[in-house]
Ligand binder design. Structure first.
Ligand code: PMP
Length: 375
């Protein structure tokens, strides 16, 4: 039996997605690719629960490319922006924004915590008195802490102060509840290797019409590969089922994306969010049964896509290797302040529909810890 990949991305993927992917590389002008590309753009709006005028982008790259695309199309030198810092990936976002020359106002918390929306509101009240603030950036689920922010409330705070709101959904999209149109969020971005359920290699982003319009007001164009205005005619063409070329799309991944989004929509978004919430709750109980404590401080702020768990007294990072020897691959710590004190278990997408995969994972961890697991 091959080892089970239970890290927070890449993840186990469905047989249907594997089948769609594992074909000899088609050209980007091949009719099945044109159809899959066009339908994937349409399906992204449905999975993102985004408005019909929202603008989806699919390009070869990872989550970092999607983050950079959002930043480079909305922020330029001298802009003031707020970043809710919940861990490693929001720190990366801050650094990207600083490199663009923005003044970055960071709202920092201890690992395992998240800024309360009321706290963001207070900070924005004070900061907007000093001068205009352009955007609020936040990580929906920070993969380094397993903390999920209250994205709907953050989007509402951003709207109150007339800010653009940008959410990194790399470890959340298609698993954690996110209602782009209803909440008035401006950008929601992800990568293919997480809850979307594909191999790594695609950067996926949906922009609101307001965000797309903000790009055209930039004084200087973003780097060409990241420029929404360069990519929009390509996306529009594929959506109209006509091929167009700017940079070669990852054709096998586009076929897989169409299949993966199709499976997600077959499940339905509400059912999908509920499945992740329910299974994650069960897993939290199992971790407690094994004597493991969690990095997120409260359950409301605990992600449904991964668990970040402290090593018990007397156990160190060698646990990760021992779990691996029992056939399940989990990940070590990532947040620099607590890196050696915890490990991470990914549980999103296909594995959440396969109870035996979750059971194998809990059993391997219990066995490696030398404790009994009671289902
Ligand atoms: N943001 C978050 C929340 C992530 O979890 C990751 C990847 N783990 C990234 C961004 C970066 O994605 P990638 O590794 O595909 O560049």
């Amino acid at each position: 039996m091959s080892k089970l990949l239970m890290i927070p991305g890449p993840i186990e993927i469905s047989p249907k997605v594997q089948e769609a992917f594992a074909v000899p590389p088609p050209g980007h002008l091949a009719p099945p690719v044109i159809e899959a590309f066009g339908r994937s753009l349409e399906r992204m709006r449905e999975v993102w629960l985004a408005g019909k005028d929202s603008v989806p982008f699919i390009l070869a790259g990872g989550g970092t490319a999607a983050m950079e695309m959002a930043a480079a199309n909305l922020v330029e030198c001298g802009d003031r922006v707020v970043v809710a810092c919940t861990g490693y990936f929001s720190d990366r976002m801050s650094e990207m924004l600083r490199r663009l020359g923005a003044e970055v106002i960071e709202v920092r918390v201890q690992p395992g915590r998240r800024p309360e929306p009321g706290h963001l509101d207070e900070i924005l009240e004070a900061e907007t008195e000093q001068g205009p603030v352009k955007a609020l950036f936040a990580t929906h689920v920070d993969t380094s802490t397993g903390v999920r922010i209250d994205a709907g409330a953050y989007a509402a705070v951003a709207q109150k102060f007339d800010l653009l709101s940008i959410f990194d959904g790399v470890c959340a999209t298609a698993a954690e509840e996110f209602r782009m149109e209803e909440w008035g969020a401006d950008v929601y971005l992800t990568a293919s290797q997480k809850a979307i359920g594909l191999p790594p290699g695609l950067a996926l982003l949906v922009a609101s019409p307001r965000a797309a319009a903000a790009r055209s007001r930039l004084k200087q164009a973003p780097p060409m590969y990241l420029d929404w205005d360069v990519w929009r005619p390509i996306m529009d063409a594929y959506e109209a089922r006509k091929p167009a070329y700017f940079s070669t799309p990852a054709t096998n991944l586009i076929l897989a994306l169409d299949a993966g989004l199709g499976e997600i929509l077959e499940q339905g978004m509400d059912a999908r969010f509920a499945l992740h919430a329910g299974k994650a709750r069960e897993l939290r109980e199992r971790w407690e049964g094994l004597g493991l404590t969690r990095v997120p401080e409260d359950d409301d702020g605990a992600a449904n896509t991964l668990s970040a768990l402290y090593y018990p007294e007397g156990v160190d990072a060698s646990l990760v290797g021992r779990i691996g020897e029992r056939g399940v691959i989990v990940a070590g710590g990532l947040h620099p302040e607590i890196r050696d004190r915890y490990f991470r278990v990914g549980h999103m997408g296909y594995a959440m529909t396969q109870p035996e995969m979750l059971e194998r994972t809990v059993s391997a961890i219990a066995d490696a810890l030398g404790v009994r697991s009671n289902p």
